[in-house]
Design a protein around this ligand. Structure first.
Ligand SMILES: O=C(O)CCC(=O)C(=O)O
Length: 280
C-alpha cells in the first residue's frame, strides 16, 4: 500500500474526503460572511469606482499579500457602478493573509490535523504564505482558468503546495476542481510577476498548451481537503447552479526556498510561519 506521500508524489494531488468536520466548515463560512459585513467598499471609492479601474484595483491586489482584502466577482456591478446583488453575494474571494491575521482562519489553518498531514507529506519545513476564502456563489461564481499554483507563488526550487478545503459539497454543477492524475509531471508554463514601474505581467516560460482534455472533475463532499502540487494544472468552471460552492485555500512554500522580490505576493520573510506555530 503506497503511503500518502507516495500517492501525492505520483498523482500530483490527494483527495482527503471529510478531512474537516462539517461543523467547522459551517463555522468558517459564517465567520467569513460576518467579516464581509465589516467591509465598507463605499469607503474605498478610489479602488472600486474610478475611471482608472484597472490600475487602482491592481494596486489594491498587489497590496493584499499581508492584508485581509475583498475581491468582487467580475459581473458584480451594473453599468452605473451599483452592486447587482447584496455585498456578500457580490464577492469572489477574501485574501491573502487570513491565516495570519484572523484568529478563526488561523486556527483552521494550523489545526492538529493539518500539522499531522504536513508531517505525513514531509512538509515540516513549509511556511504558510497565502490563504483565500473563495465564495463561488450560486449563479455568479466565476471560472478559475487552468493554471499551476507555482505561476503565482514561484520559488527556486519549486516548492509551492496548495491545500484546498471544500466547505460545501463541490460537484460538476457548482464548479468543482478539475485536474489530471500525474499532471504535475510537466514544466512550469508561466510566471506572474510585478513589472518594473508598476502593475503585473505574465511571463511565458513554455508555450506548450495544457492538456485540458485529460483533466477529470474532482467532486468531493463538504469538509474534504484536496492537496495540490504546485506544478499541477487545475481549473474550475463557473457556478451556474443554484448552490454555492465555498472553499478555503492555503498555499505553502519551503521556508528556505528562494522567493524572488518580483513575485506578486510580498511578505516579510521572517513573518512567515509553519503549521506548528500559531500567530495568535
Ligand atoms: O476554488 C477554485 O475554484 C480554484 C482555486 C484554485 O485554483 C487554487 O486555490 O489554486
Amino acid at each position: 500500500m503506497p503511503t500518502l506521500n507516495q500517492q501525492f508524489q505520483s498523482q500530483g494531488f490527494l483527495v482527503l474526503e471529510r478531512f474537516v468536520p462539517a461543523k467547522a466548515c459551517d463555522a468558517l463560512m459564517l465567520w467569513a460572511e460576518a467579516l464581509t459585513s465589516d467591509f465598507d467598499y463605499k469607503g474605498h471609492p478610489s479602488i472600486f469606482q474610478t475611471t482608472d479601474q484597472s490600475k487602482s484595483s491592481d494596486d489594491y491586489f498587489l497590496e493584499s499579500g499581508d492584508q485581509i482584502s475583498f475581491f468582487f466577482e467580475k459581473d458584480a456591478f451594473d453599468e452605473k457602478g451599483e452592486l447587482k446583488q447584496d455585498l456578500f453575494h457580490s464577492l469572489n474571494k477574501i485574501g491573502h493573509a487570513l491565516h495570519d491575521l484572523d484568529p478563526m482562519f488561523a486556527s483552521f489553518s494550523r489545526s492538529k490535523e493539518m500539522r499531522e498531514l504536513a508531517a505525513e507529506l514531509g512538509l515540516e519545513d513549509h511556511v504558510l504564505i497565502q490563504s483565500m476564502m473563495i465564495f463561488k456563489h450560486a449563479k455568479i461564481g466565476g471560472k478559475v482558468d487552468v493554471h499551476q499554483d507555482a505561476t503565482f507563488l514561484y520559488t527556486e526550487p519549486q516548492s509551492c503546495i496548495g491545500f484546498w478545503f471544500a466547505l460545501e459539497d463541490a460537484t460538476i454543477e457548482n464548479g468543482c476542481m478539475w485536474a489530471a492524475a500525474g499532471g504535475h509531471k510537466t514544466s512550469l508554463r508561466s510566471r506572474f510577476q510585478r513589472k518594473e514601474g508598476g502593475g503585473t505581467e505574465m511571463q511565458i516560460l513554455d508555450e506548450q498548451p495544457y492538456d485540458i482534455n485529460s483533466m477529470k472533475p474532482l467532486e468531493v463532499p463538504k469538509g474534504s481537503c484536496i492537496v495540490l502540487h504546485g506544478l499541477l494544472p487545475h481549473y474550475s468552471l463557473p457556478n451556474t447552479s443554484g448552490k454555492s460552492r465555498q472553499a478555503f485555500a492555503i498555499h505553502t512554500i519551503h521556508r528556505d526556498a528562494y522567493y524572488p522580490e518580483s513575485n506578486w505576493l510580498r511578505r516579510e520573510r521572517k513573518s512567515l510561519k509553519g503549521f506548528e506555530q500559531s500567530a495568535h
